[in-house]
Design a protein around this ligand. Structure first.
Ligand code: KG4
Ligand code: ZN
Length: 361
């Protein structure tokens, strides 16, 4: 009896595998360990686009929050501790086995070198052992391709604003593949500004969500803060002056023995970031006349930013595409999506490819 059961089970498994092999669809496992989240995801590549089967994120926030930021050494060690379990969980949730995989992808950069190496080495080892293609993916490209996980009908050309802890890039895509960078930050990234201001105000890490929460009960026009480079005539951004303005404001108030209204300060700062971004995006919309506007990256989770950009896109009569919140911050689903668009063009990378902590788009 037990044998029959086992035989049936084995036959079913074989049939499933045969079905998967016959299927023209393919499975990509992606790993993302560029910063403080250990992530793995599986997508099924279908003729209609990438379909997400699993998306596992193990956050390290509790390990770093006492330090007010990410500690690289701790990040690498934590990734090492959990990477294999996270990969297994992604496969289990997707209902597939290692032998079903068609390719393995990992974030190549930008990011923390020791953190990147963990996911990159794990993915390469798998690709080698399974004898399947390996892909090293640009993290910033991943943030952009997160949009294609939920929406494959994004009209071209489109404009994408990527705003994360490490990047603030304004990119013009003539189609899904060809792009040019119109502008980028000259100093701090937008998310970095949120994190640094939050750290200065002792609001905890990560700064963005903490500032946003406080800002909800403040008034955005109560404190006059700069909108840097607003007349620079290019598409570049700058946020370090804004951070300094917040610090100066607090010091001046303290020197005069005056109370600081933290919600007002948070709301004014948040609005200054959003306005600075909006100014340049509006200029690019006028100059390039794209068919759609996309937001990507962790700061795209900010509700003030989402609301103001929805209004902006509306005023140009074009759709705004925003990844759902869980695809805004770091995840491996976005890396798998970016890998999908490279795989369908037949691309892969050699196993001796190295991580690039400062990789640009
Ligand atoms: O994309 P991401 O997860 O990691 C990087 O690639 O950097 O972005 C993290 C950044 C952090 O700076 C964090 O403070 C910011 O995104 N962030 C936010 C919000 N949620 C995350 N910034 C503003 N408002 C938010 N709700
Ligand atoms: Zn990111």
């Amino acid at each position: 009896m037990q044998n029959n059961k086992d035989n049936n089970k084995n036959n079913n498994e074989k049939n499933n595998k045969a079905r998967k092999r016959k299927n023209e669809n393919f499975f990509i496992l992606a790993v993302e360990t560029s910063c403080d989240e250990t992530c793995a995801a599986v997508i099924e590549g279908t003729p209609g686009g990438p379909v997400l089967l699993s998306n596992i994120v193990a956050s390290q926030i509790d390990w770093h929050s006492d330090f007010g930021g990410v500690v690289p050494e701790i990040a690498s060690r934590q990734h090492l501790k959990v990477i294999d379990k996270i990969i297994l969980a992604a496969l289990r949730e997707a209902g597939i086995e290692f032998s079903d995989l068609s390719s393995v992808a990992a974030t190549r950069g930008p990011g923390l070198v020791g953190a990147l190496l963990v996911g990159f080495a794990a993915a390469k080892a798998l690709a080698f052992a399974l004898d399947i293609p390996f892909l090293g993916i640009n993290h910033v490209a991943g943030h952009i391709y997160a949009n294609f996980l939920i929406q494959d009908e994004i009209p071209s050309p489109f404009l994408c604003l990527t705003v994360s802890g490490g990047h603030t890039d304004l990119i013009y895509f003539s189609d899904q593949v060809d792009y040019k960078i119109l502008g980028r930050t000259r100093d701090d990234a937008a998310g970095e500004a949120f994190d640094k201001v939050a750290r200065f105000l002792e609001l905890g890490y990560p700064g963005g969500p903490a500032v946003e929460k406080l800002a909800a009960s403040g008034s955005a026009d109560s404190i006059d803060l700069p909108r840097a480079l607003k007349d620079s005539g290019d598409y570049d951004f700058s946020f370090s002056g804004l951070k300094t303005a917040v610090i100066n404001y607090v010091h001046n108030k303290k020197q005069r023995g005056e109370e600081i209204d933290l919600p007002d300060l948070a709301a004014s700062f948040q609005q200054a970031v959003v306005d600075s971004l909006k100014l340049k995006v509006e200029m690019a919309l006028e100059d390039y006349n794209p068919a759609a506007l996309l937001l990507a990256g962790g700061v795209a989770a900010n509700s003030q930013l989402r609301a103001d950009f929805a209004e902006l896109a509306d005023s140009f009569n074009i759709p705004l595409f925003l990844p759902p919140l869980e695809f805004c911050t770091d995840n491996a689903a976005m890396i798998a999506a970016a890998a999908y668009y490279r795989r369908i063009r037949g691309e892969s990378d050699p196993l001796d490819q190295e991580v690039e902590p400062t990789l640009s788009l």
